[in-house]
Design a binder for this molecule. Structure first.
Ligand SMILES: C[S@@+](CC[C@H](N)C(=O)[O-])C[C@H]1O[C@@H](n2cnc3c(N)ncnc32)[C@H](O)[C@@H]1O
Length: 456
């Protein structure tokens, strides 16, 4: 009779927790793990985790979840999963009512009557919502009916870009579209279509425009506001998922003076700007839809990186990647969190447009998740990501769940998808690109392609 391996999971948890604690205690400025009640940032909060610490975090989250799923009665667990919907609904309320902002600079907390007055939500209802979130370690009930911020609720402040991502997920467009996922998939016409404009987003919002077109906001101020909010949201996403790791995880400094990097679908240029500031050998080009490029050129870069404009190290050029070719003969074409927006058919079209303007020495860098299977898939090698040790699921289970949630976001909003290693090889092959290397960025990965060598 096969038995669950409880003690191995417990020791994985102990080992991973110890490793993370050591990482904190080695920090010279604040050599301790801050308590949840602390509202001051810790210097490590926005540091990119070293790979071994990242793996410890994934092991901790994966093993805790696997241990609970194993030991706790199944009907407890499944019922709680169904009830998760209320966490999203409650987060939406506190974001919209800006509760964290109201509690800012109130270390002793505020009585619910005062919070209610300032947030314009009925007192007893708001208390129930806050108490539920406190029980999930978001906010703190200091004494009965008096609430304060804590380490987690500080990330709900309207000034924090992650709160923009919270709005994007818990409100329109994501939440409303996700509610219609089952309807869309069970619709005999919509469910079997890979067309971008046949996604649950279009089903739910009743618009024929793909989400990013909709975000351009033509005659629709609400959509334009959501689009601008999304630009900020991506900054929060990148910080939370360490996806800026590409800034230090790829050998940019080894590239020659004047290397041109075209950040295609680069949004307002959050990554380009970091590359520009850090590596003086790089010249950047930023291409995105007109609205984003205008925001970048007129608003963001003059404020945050005027020196790049003065030195002519940044070029802004709008593009519709579905219909146009990018600027030709760049050394590097970076598509970060862009290819996953697309079905295979569209991704092939976009990448073949890129391929058609590449020089023989150009490279394409695609940064997305590489989907890992929950079943063992041979041994780790230079082209695969490290698998977890048993009894953990080989893909770390809940420890790497964001790869699957991001895949869900793509399906719901755009009929896009995250891809496996084999999917990437296949897509590359079909447009004349050969795989050079997989760069493990801790959570997502960078797939480097070069023009395929033609066989004589
Ligand atoms: C998920 S965001 C990624 C932004 C940025 N690369 C990053 O990782 O922070 C996708 C970007 O693709 C852009 N995009 C979507 N459709 C596009 C199109 N047809 N042409 C050009 N850019 C597009 C969006 O405006 C958005 O900035």
């Amino acid at each position: 009779m096969e038995q669950a391996n409880i003690s191995s999971l417990v020791s994985l948890i102990a080992g991973a927790a110890g490793k993370i604690e050591t990482y904190y205690t080695a920090n010279p400025a604040k050599p301790y793990v801050p308590p949840l009640s602390d509202t001051e940032p810790h210097p490590l909060d926005n540091e990119i985790y070293p790979l071994d610490v990242r793996q410890a975090v994934q092991t901790l989250e994966g093993a805790c979840a696997q241990l609970c799923a194993t030991l706790v009665r199944p009907n407890y667990t499944i019922l709680n999963r169904h009830l998760n919907i209320y966490q999203t609904a409650y987060l939406s309320v506190v974001l919209r009512a800006q509760v964290a902002d109201v509690l800012l600079d109130e270390p002793a907390g505020l009585h619910i009557s005062e919070i209610s007055k300032r947030c314009k939500i009925e007192e007893k209802k708001l208390a129930r919502i806050l108490r539920t979130l406190c029980s999930q370690h978001i906010f703190r009930e200091v004494s009965k009916d008096t609430f304060a911020n804590n380490r987690l609720s500080m990330l709900l402040l309207s000034s924090d870009p992650l709160s923009s991502m919270g709005w994007h997920i818990s409100d329109e467009p994501t939440n409303k579209s996700a509610v219609h996922l089952a309807d869309t998939l069970l619709d005999p016409e919509w469910g079997f279509s890979d067309a971008t404009e046949r996604s649950p987003f279009n089903y739910a919002l009743g618009t024929p425009d793909p989400m990013f077109r909709y975000f351009e906001g033509n005659d629709n101020p609400k959509a334009a506001e959501q689009g601008a909010r999304f630009g900020k949201a991506m900054i929060g996403w990148n910080a939370a998922c360490d996806s800026s790791a590409i800034v230090t995880g790829y050998p940019w400094d080894k590239l020659g003076q004047g290397t041109t990097v075209n950040d295609i679908g680069g949004g307002v240029g959050h990554i380009s700007m970091q590359l520009c500031k850090r590596y003086k050998n790089l010249n950047l080009k930023l291409q995105d839809l007109p609205e984003r490029i205008e925001q970048a050129e007129k608003d963001i870069w003059p404020k945050d990186c005027p020196e790049a404009i003065a030195d002519g190290r940044i070029q802004f050029k709008p593009i519709d990647i579905f219909a146009e070719k990018p600027i030709a003969h760049c050394d590097i074409y970076l598509l970060k969190n862009v290819i996953h927006l697309m079905s295979d058919e569209v991704a092939i079209k976009v990448l073949s447009n890129v391929r058609s303007v590449m020089s023989p020495t150009s490279r394409v860098l695609v940064q997305d998740y590489i989907i890992q299977s929950p079943t063992q898939s041979g041994s780790d090698d230079e082209f695969t990501l490290k698998q977890a040790d048993p009894p953990l699921l080989p893909n770390y289970g809940v420890g790497r769940i964001r790869q699957f949630y991001t895949d869900a976001i793509m399906m719901v909003l755009l009929n896009g998808r995250e891809r496996t290693f084999d999917d990437f090889i296949q897509i590359g092959k079909s447009v004349g690109l050969d795989l050079v290397k997989i760069w493990d960025m801790g959570e997502s990965s960078v797939v480097e392609f070069a023009p395929a060598v033609l066989e004589k």
